[in-house]
Design a protein around this ligand. Sequence first.
Ligand SMILES: Cc1cc2nc3c(=O)[nH]c(=O)nc-3n(C[C@H](O)[C@H](O)[C@H](O)COP(=O)(O)OP(=O)(O)OC[C@H]3O[C@@H](n4cnc5c(N)ncnc54)[C@H](O)[C@@H]3O)c2cc1C
Length: 375
Amino acid sequence: MNQVYQEGKVFAKSYIEPFTERTDAESRFPEESFKALAEHGFLKLLVPEAYGGSGKGLEAHAEACLAFAETCATTALCYMMHNVAVMCLVTHGSEELKKRVFADIVENGKFMALAYSEFGTGTHFYITETTAEVNGEYTTFNGKKSMVTSASYASYYLVLAPSAEEGKINNWVFPLASEGLSFGLSEWNGLGMRGNSSCPVNIDHVTLDSTHRIGAEGSGQEQVFNVVAPFFITGLGAIYSGTAMHIFEIASGHASGRKYPDGRTLSNIETIQIHIGSIYKQASAAKALTMEAARAGANGEADALAKILSARIFASEAAIECGRLAMRVGGGKAYNKALPLERLLRDAYAGQIMAPSADVLTVWLGKALTGQMIP
Ligand SMILES: Cc1cc2nc3c(=O)[nH]c(=O)nc-3n(C[C@H](O)[C@H](O)[C@H](O)COP(=O)(O)OP(=O)(O)OC[C@H]3O[C@@H](n4cnc5c(N)ncnc54)[C@H](O)[C@@H]3O)c2cc1C
């Protein structure tokens, strides 16, 4: 594994792990970890060097998300969303917008989020029912986004809304302080990922000038498929590979530490060995496939899309299966929450339904492999 992964592991031990349990138990956003992410340069990982960032790409993104998720899936998920939003600006943002937002990230430790999904179109988040009324230089938006990770904590929100060009969409940057932007914080009560504040965002006559639009009029769709998709889908592969690997570490540690009165441990039992082997096999395969997908994506290889989709589908299903088996290994102690396995299983359950969901991506993978159009 490369440098960013190693640095991410060291960072996570000191600045993520101490807050992980509380993040879940109190449904509390990991603010301390985010402050440290800023101080240690992780928030500017993908910001180009010309703007004071580290100028890294898809592989470093995957490595950082993986390293963090091996400690805390919630923190890793919030971080992943930030990187995806940054990459949209890197590739399509105007000079003015990049200068403004990147300075806030690099100098002030601010971070970004994705306010895409809506109640109506659900997992098909690239189809938006938000309205955008253009008045000269200004556009007024109305709508409601359903689940926005880091809601109210992030300083900038990417919002998809219809373009003036028929059938097209735009990708906008909404600053946190925008008049008319509000958060339904009490509406977040997730099964897992409990600290990530994935609540609805209300957009009530938010008015912005055109400098807040990312890229040319009507280029939102292109951004979603060329930038958001690879960084988001690979990022999710990394999050759920990391969660699966975390499950392996907890389950195997428990198996070797739990002693019976005759001095034997769980690890001495063949059935447990088989479960541990199965968990490891799936977690390490998810991790390897995700890193290979990131490598292929970074190099623009012909089969990159298929690898990225496969990694994300495989990792989210593997994390759930690893969690299910680990709960057996953990026995009553896991069930009674003396081990964090039930938390990791709850976190893992987000993977299959996060947009585009594992089911939708499975259809896309089949289409990609048979040369069909992906929506
Ligand atoms: C922890 C968490 C964090 C999130 N963070 C964000 C965020 O930061 N930003 C954001 O924009 N969104 C976010 N979301 C929202 C998420 O990405 C989805 O948009 C949302 O979960 C979809 O919910 P829904 O109930 O409307 O799904 P629905 O669209 O109702 O789908 C329900 C089920 O039907 C299946 N389904 C629907 N259509 C098809 C199809 N054509 N083929 C096969 N199966 C199909 C789906 O796979 C899914 O399992 C988050 C979700 C979670 C769980």
